[in-house]
Write a protein that binds this ligand. Structure first.
Ligand code: AMP
Length: 308
C-alpha cells in the first residue's frame, strides 16, 4: 500500500450565502482520500462511522481505489456530524454544531494490509489519535504529513507538540502558524514551528495561495482567482490530499517535486469549492485537471526585460 490517510468521515450541514444543504457526506478523511485517489490507486483510509452512514458512499470510496478496511462501522451509534455557516466573505465561518458521536471514542485500528505503507497523511483529529496511528504502524513511513487546527492548539498544545515531533510535513493555515509560533512574520513563524519537529512546513493562505518551506528553500504557489466560490468546506483537506497523493504517486520528496505537488493540491482545491461538499471532486477528469494546472503555470509565469 502506498498511502494511508487518517481522518474524519462525517455528515456535514453547510450554509453559505449561496444556499444551504441538509446532511451531506463530508469529513476531512473523505476529502483527503478522494483528492489523493486522483493520483494513487493503492491507498487506505482509517476512520470510524456509525450505523447511519450510507453504504453507497463506502462503495464509492472503494470504487475509487480507496481501501476501507480501516473504517470501523459502529453498530447502534451515530456518525460524526459537523455544521457550519460561512460569512459573506466566504473566508471565515462559524461552527454551528459539532456532534462527535463515534469520533469521541475513536480508537484507530490499522488493518494488516496497510502495514508497510510508504506515506501517511494525518488529517485534522485529536493529536493523541494522530500519534496512536504513528505508533501502531510496524514500520515508520518514508514521509508523514499532518494537518491540525487552532482548536487543538487551545486545548491540547502539549499533546500537539509531542505529535509534531514525530512528523515530517506540517500543513496549516497562516492564522494557525501565527498562533502556534507566537510570531506574526510567517518566515519567523516557520523557523519556530520547524524547531518543533516538522522539517517541511506548508502554510496555506486561503485565496492568497500557499507557502512551502523546505530546507533553505521557499516556494510560493498562488491560488487561482476564481469568479465564484460556492462552498469552501474541505478545500484545505483536498489541498492536503492532492499534495500527498501526488508525492505518493511520484515517490519523490525533493523541493522541486513538492512544488509540483502543491500545485496539484491547489488545482484540486480550486475544483472542490465550486459545489457543495465532495460533489465536484467526483466529477473532475484528467483533462479538467491538466487545463487548471496550466492556468496556474501561466498565472505566475513572467519574463523580466533587461533594463536599458
Ligand atoms: P476544512 O474545510 O478543510 O476545515 O474541513 C472541513 C471538514 O472537516 C468537514 O467536512 C468536517 O466534517 C470536518 N471536521 C470539522 N470539525 C472537525 C473535527 N473537530 N474533527 C474532525 N473533523 C472535523
Amino acid at each position: 500500500m502506498k498511502l494511508i490517510t487518517v481522518g474524519s468521515v462525517a455528515f456535514d450541514a453547510i450554509e453559505t450565502p449561496f444556499g444551504k444543504t441538509d446532511k451531506i457526506v463530508g469529513g476531512a478523511g473523505t476529502f483527503i482520500s478522494l483528492a489523493s485517489s486522483f493520483f494513487v490507486e493503492n491507498q487506505g483510509l482509517v476512520s470510524v462511522v456509525g450505523e447511519d452512514f450510507p453504504e453507497e458512499t463506502l462503495n464509492y470510496l472503494t470504487k475509487k481505489g480507496i481501501n476501507i478496511d480501516g473504517i470501523q462501522i459502529k453498530k447502534g451509534e451515530k456518525t460524526f456530524f459537523w455544521s457550519g455557516r460561512y460569512h459573506n466573505d466566504m473566508n471565515s465561518r462559524d461552527t454551528l454544531i459539532t456532534e462527535l458521536n463515534v469520533l469521541g471514542s475513536f480508537d484507530p485500528v490499522i488493518p494488516s494490509a496497510y502495514q508497510g505503507a510508504d506515506y501517511l497523511m494525518l488529517g485534522n483529529l485529536s493529536p493523541e489519535v494522530q500519534r496512536q496511528v504513528i505508533e501502531r504502524l510496524d514500520q515508520r513511513p518514508k514521509l508523514i504529513a499532518m494537518d491540525t487546527m487552532n482548536f487543538w492548539m487551545d486545548i491540547a498544545l502539549d499533546e500537539l507538540k509531542k505529535t509534531m515531533a514525530l512528523i515530517d510535513v506540517l500543513i496549516i493555515n497562516d492564522e494557525e502558524a501565527r498562533q502556534l509560533s507566537k510570531e506574526y512574520s510567517l518566515v519567523k513563524a516557520a523557523m519556530v514551528i520547524r524547531e518543533m519537529g516538522p522539517e517541511i512546513l506548508i502554510i496555506k493562505k486561503g485565496e492568497h495561495g500557499a507557502l512551502l518551506f523546505h530546507g533553505e528553500d521557499i516556494f510560493f504557489a498562488p491560488a487561482l482567482p476564481l469568479e465564484e466560490v460556492f462552498d469552501p468546506t474541505g478545500a484545505g483537506d483536498t489541498f492536503a490530499g492532492g499534495f500527498m497523493g501526488y508525492i505518493a504517486a511520484t515517490g519523490d520528496t525533493s523541493f522541486e517535486n513538492m512544488k509540483r505537488a502543491i500545485i496539484a493540491g491547489s488545482a484540486l482545491a480550486s475544483f472542490c469549492v465550486e459545489k457543495f461538499g465532495t460533489e465536484r471532486l467526483t466529477e473532475i477528469t484528467k483533462q479538467d485537471f491538466d487545463e487548471r494546472v496550466s492556468r496556474f503555470v501561466s498565472l505566475a509565469n513572467f519574463e523580466m526585460n533587461q533594463l536599458a
